[in-house]
Write a protein that binds this ligand. Structure first.
Ligand code: MG
Length: 99
């Protein structure tokens, strides 16, 4: 599946529900953050070694939610997700990280 396939499937999903009216950059950015919170909630008050198969399934689904909203934002901005990852990684490679 290519990025274009995913983008087209997401566009169809939104169009079928007439949700374009809600898909502005502010609300999409909020949704990325909300879904990221749902992801970290799985780990809240728990030891990472206690994560079980059900948790892994939920982690997978929340990661998908985060990615879906990121893809919606990229589509709205007319940018290609893999291109911006490449661009940012070039910046990161030149950085000196101090720990
Ligand atoms: Mg979710």
């Amino acid at each position: 599946m290519t990025y274009e396939d995913i983008r087209n499937e997401l566009r169809e999903f939104v169009a079928e529900r007439n949700w374009e009216q809600y898909h502005n950059l502010k609300d999409l950015a909020l949704s990325v953050s909300i879904e990221a919170s749902e992801l970290v909630e799985i780990f809240q008050w728990r030891n990472p070694e206690d994560i079980n198969d059900e948790d892994r399934q939920n982690i997978k689904l929340e990661l998908a939610d985060v990615l879906i909203y990121i893809f919606f934002m990229c589509d709205k901005l007319g940018i290609e997700p893999y291109e911006i990852i490449k661009e940012k990684m070039e910046i990161n490679k030149k950085r000196v990280f101090k720990f």
